[in-house]
Design a protein around this ligand. Structure first.
Ligand code: ATP
Ligand code: MG
Length: 342
């Protein structure tokens, strides 16, 4: 994929939920960059903060969630950058960004589709909210995008309500609504897990095709490392609110650096596995959000745990060749830390 400069730069993002029982640090110091035209995949076990990271970008984190620190710089068409984290979540400026510059599709289409409006009305209203066009033009463009995402007989489906469509069709409608304003970034949070395997492949191919046509960037959140291998340019691996490793997709799969990434990759099913060679699982459990281990939060599950090092302080981000990053004492940071403690 031919990629250009940075489109979105997230730095030290922290999004916390203050509850009666304590503070859940769902996103706890996340840094990443999404370049123009690339597919950036965010992976990690359930509960590690992938969705909250995505919601933070659009400032649609559920109460009591708040961005408590960090910046989210979005580069606009005119070359100016805006810090989305510093904008009023309810303000007009951010409402204009949502849908026009950054659109999001969810695992469950009914999260973003209204049950009481027709498909055509919803898509054309989204368009008219962001572009100064009349109803007729909006209708024509809606019909065109419905055709483009593979909805048969769009003139008929224009008047359908979401509940009258199959799961796959609803997902296509949601993609049409997300793409109608030609956003520069599409965030797709587990967009296909509710669909059967064949339809998953069809929808992912469709997103890839439209991405090529429109030149947009895609941030794809998924559990499915098979999908990541197929579509990603860059991959970031998250564990308990932090990115523990990021790399281009080839390097990550060929030579994972972080023990957590290695463990995740070992848990991918391989065709031809015999009964004796059971699928590996990652040892131990994801700790409770209120009870995070000290130091590197992965240390209780890690095969390379170094007592007195990994459980003492948080490993710093180490920059490796090829733009890779890893947060692990195996790659640096331990010596400095020990000197500091002496
Ligand atoms: N409304 C909320 N109140 C309190 N904690 C929350 C809330 N929403 C999310 N969290 C916490 O934030 C953490 C990250 O959740 P998030 O939904 O981002 O995980 P995820 O990586 O998207 O998981 P999954 O793969 O299951 O979708 C979890 O510990 C979760 O319990
Ligand atoms: Mg999620």
């Amino acid at each position: 994929m031919n990629t250009q400069g940075p489109l979105l730069e997230v730095q030290d993002l922290q999004t916390h939920f203050s509850t009666d029982e304590g503070v859940v640090k769902a996103v706890d110091g996340v840094d990443f960059t999404i370049r123009q035209g690339e597919t950036f995949c965010l992976v990690g076990e359930s509960g590690c903060g992938k969705s909250v990271t995505a919601f933070s970008i659009l400032q649609i984190v559920q109460d009591p969630g708040r961005i408590v620190r960090g910046s989210i710089h979005l580069r606009q068409d005119d070359g100016q950058t805006l810090d989305l984290a510093a904008m009023d979540p309810k303000g007009r400026a951010l409402r204009r960004i949502r849908g026009r510059d950054i659109a999001m599709i969810f695992q469950e289409p009914m999260t973003s589709l209204s049950p009481v409006h027709t498909v055509g009305d919803q898509i054309s209203e989204t368009l008219r909210l962001h572009a100064p066009i009349d109803k007729l033009q909006a209708r024509e463009q809606t019909m065109a995008i419905l055709t483009r995402v593979g909805i048969p007989r769009p003139e008929r489906h224009f008047h359908a309500y979401p509940f009258q469509l199959s799961g796959g069709m609803r997902q296509r409608v949601m993609i049409a609504m997300a793409l109608i304003c030609r956003p520069s970034l599409l965030i797709a949070d587990e967009p296909t897990t509710a669909l059967d395997v064949t339809m998953q492949a069809v929808i992912l191919d469709l997103i890839k095709e439209l991405q090529g046509e429109m030149g947009m960037s895609v941030m794809l959140i998924t559990h499915n490392l098979g999908v990541v291998a197929e579509v990603a340019d860059t991959v970031a691996v998250m564990y308990l609110g932090r990115i523990v490793e990021s790399a281009d997709v080839y390097s990550l799969f060929r030579e994972p650096k972080h023990p957590y990434t290695t463990a995740l990759l070992r848990s991918i099913p391989v065709i031809g596995l015999t009964k004796q060679e059971r699928l590996a699982t990652i040892r131990g459990m994801v700790p409770h959000p209120f009870n995070r281990p000290h130091g590197c939060t992965f240390h209780p599950r890690c095969d390379h745990f170094m007592p007195g090092v990994c459980n003492r302080s948080l490993p710093p981000i180490t920059h490796l060749e090829g733009g890779r990053t890893v947060r692990c004492f195996l790659y640096g940071g331990a010596d400095t830390r020990e000197r500091e403690e002496r």
